[in-house]
Design a protein around this ligand. Structure first.
Ligand SMILES: C[S@@+](CC[C@H](N)C(=O)[O-])C[C@H]1O[C@@H](n2cnc3c(N)ncnc32)[C@H](O)[C@@H]1O
Length: 365
């Protein structure tokens, strides 16, 4: 059977051009993990003047409830999917639509596939903050979606128990995406201004959206040594949710990511999702020094990041191939005992003249 997907519009025009290809790679990766064998192939098709991404699904697999459920969630969590339709048949096109090339074209009969609701909050949570160096929201959701499935934790993504860490969180695009999906994320960033702006944004946003919430900010001190700051927020959509402890928690540490194992427990993250410094605008800060190469940051940080990652957990790391070539990425991840995966899928895409972005996926055995 065939599913026709309409690709979501993108506010970023350049990203939008690659979105159909990224969607195909994303859905293939996710479905291969959550419903192996169900997806036969993907292709771009044009029907009635519209571009669709067609997913050909194995008939027998489609009969199974778990396949339909896995597919429904794969489509719902994909930031690239706008709407999905099952092709239930075809009908002749109206005569005026026919061209001299094809005398008897047909049009698909498309039945909408109802998708589960995965967003908990208004989209302002993701779209309000705008700044140079912000990771595009669709791409951030892609990273998180891939990481969950690279760790084989699709179920935990759905029930809110997936433990997400962004060790280079900036002003919190990953954190907000994780909150949007009902998760309780942890972020770390060295930049004090970023942390301050994020704290101010989230607090105002929770107030405006009438969420039950509490926040606190404390000094991060380990063995009498001041490491930075720790922002803690608890939020819930209702009093009963808050009372029954069904709310969400957000932690943001203003500290050097290379030493996170000092203040985060070993194996406390199921996934590490990071948009690494590109080595272009931001620079990667290692200790007090500004390093030009994000590879230096990785070399210094991976021992701690790997310790904080749970067994079977996964990393999805976005990197700029100009400053961090894919082979170097793979080599360095493997040097730290991680198993790189998904190389057959291409998530590579152009951001601008100086950023040729790609995603490295790796699992901890
Ligand atoms: C590409 S940006 C991440 C942007 C983020 N995803 C967002 O949308 O706001 C990379 C981040 O890495 C942070 N960074 C670089 N070196 C670091 C280190 N050693 N420890 C913690 N954060 C670091 C920078 O401060 C920067 O915010």
């Amino acid at each position: 059977m065939r599913i026709n997907v309409l690709i979501a519009p993108s506010t970023n025009r350049v990203y939008g051009l690659d979105a159909p290809r990224l969607a195909a790679a994303e859905l293939a990766f996710v479905l291969n993990e959550s419903s192996p064998g169900a997806l036969i192939g993907t292709s771009g098709v044009r029907e009635a003047g519209l571009e669709f991404l067609a997913l050909d699904i194995d008939e027998e697999a489609w009969e199974r409830e778990e396949t339909q459920r896995a597919l429904g969630y794969a489509l719902a969590f994909s930031p690239h999917v706008f709407a999905a339709f099952e092709e239930v048949g075809r009908m002749p096109a109206p005569t005026e639509e026919r061209s001299y090339v094809d005398e008897s074209p047909t049009l698909p009969l498309l039945q909408p596939i109802p998708l589960p609701e995965v967003d908990l909050y208004p989209s302002t949570l993701l779209s309000t903050l705008k700044y140079q160096g912000k990771t595009n929201e669709q791409f951030t959701a892609l990273l998180l979606h891939l990481a969950a499935h690279a760790a084989g934790r699709g179920e935990a993504l759905r029930d809110g128990s997936l433990r997400v860490l962004d060790p280079v969180a900036g002003r919190g695009t990953t954190l907000n995406q994780a909150l949007m999906w009902g998760l309780s994320p942890v972020g770390v960033d060295l930049d004090k201004k970023d942390a301050e702006l994020y704290r101010a944004f989230l607090t105002a946003w929770m107030r405006e959206n009438k969420l039950k919430h509490t926040t606190s900010e404390t000094k991060l001190t380990i063995n009498k040594k001041a490491l930075g700051k720790h922002f803690h927020a608890e939020l819930a959509r209702s009093k009963s949710e808050q009372r029954e402890g069904r709310g969400q928690i957000l932690e943001l540490y203003t500290a050097d990511s290379t030493g996170i194992d000092v203040f985060l427990r070993a194996r406390s993250a199921d996934v590490i999702v990071a948009d690494l410094p590109y080595g272009v605008q931001h620079g990667a800060k290692v200790g007090a020094h500004l390093s030009r190469s994000p590879l230096d940051l990785l070399r210094n940080a991976l021992p701690a990041w790997t310790r904080v990652l749970a067994r079977g957990g996964a990393m999805a790391l976005a990197h700029n191939r100009h400053t961090t070539p894919a082979e170097d990425m793979r080599a360095i991840l493997e040097e730290h005992g991680l198993v790189t995966i998904g190389e057959e899928m291409s998530f590579r895409h152009r951001v601008d003249a100086s950023i040729d972005r790609d995603i490295a996926l790796a699992r901890k055995a």
